[in-house]
Design a binder for this molecule. Sequence first.
Ligand code: SF4
Length: 400
Amino acid sequence: MFASFEAMHDETCPSVAHVLDRIDGGLARVRFPGGRVPAAQLRAVADAASRFGNGTIEITNRANLQLRGVRPEAGADLAAALMAAGASHGREGDLRRNVVSGPLAGLDPTEIADTRPLVAAIVARLAGDPSLDALSPKAGVVVDGGGRWHLGGRRDDVVVTALTAERFAIRAGAGLPAGGVTVAAGRVPGAVHQALLATVGTRDGGGRRLADAPLPPGSHEAVTVGPLGTGPAWVGGMPPLGRMSAATAEAVARIAERWGDGEVRLTPWRGVVLGGAGLDGSGGAREVAGELGRAGLLVDPSDPLTALVACAGSHGCTSGLTDAPADALAVAFARRAEGAPPLQIHVSGCPKRCAQQAPAAVTLAATAAGAYEVWRAGTLVGSGVAPGDAVAMAAGGAQR
Ligand code: SF4
């Protein structure tokens, strides 16, 4: 069993310093503000996954990485290795790095603002305040620069939305007026800092989350599939269900160093984006997409496998009532066989649905061993459905 840190640390939220017990071993989460990972750090994560875990790496919907199957005796060595690589800033430091941003910042001609300097300024501001050590490990910030792959519809403790390149709206679950505030870019880090401080000591230690609040009028529809294939200055790929082997992560790091700018951008849609001067839509970009495909990533946005979300299910979580990943893959393969387009499908091994914030087009949520509720766009259309029948319903868009 892994030793538990202080009681204030939420048992349901892993980090590098707080490895959680799961059915398949320890679960450790490595946080990367804005999802930006230097290739050398991705290589270090891949190495750690092989040496201390079962070699499986997951990309989360906050654009972080998770290592599965960490051995009980390996927690301290894992933390030391990731800190030495710069991928972890220690127990408290990592608490203040929960900042999600769009993966195409600076690469998307349709974006409203390049959020990279803002994310760096927010992280620097939060890093300097030890009173944030009492933050809930779940406390997080979303910084949305707009554009084709915007983060509209995402909710967290603090949400920053670009109105122009220089002005930002900030909404928070606590510490700001109910309707939020609008501030110039230079004042965003201070406002985010104050809003996060206001969450300390409130519900669950993490504040009244915006996840509980209705979205304001005018919010964008959530984007359901991340950037894949080639773009004007980027190449995107996604491991099926956001899960990859250490060897695949190592290959992605190598491709980023050889062809891109040496950075791997994790996406909140559980994929990766590489950017760089050579990835300008020319033959080089297509070659890189081919390399990502050969490494095991999905690069075709028309593939039904790209729109799947599944939690760890019964093989990775004590609460799991069904093999959610296997059922999700069965849905996608059925849609592939029929030539059906991607449809966002979320398969959850229990009613908690922790892998997905907003309702998907089709949701299968297990409510008993081997039995799903089937939801279509937030409406219940079946209950007590056996996995095989639920897969067939989901493959058909949740028609009986
Ligand atoms: S949704 Fe349930 S089964 Fe799936 S990971 Fe979360 S708690 Fe475990």
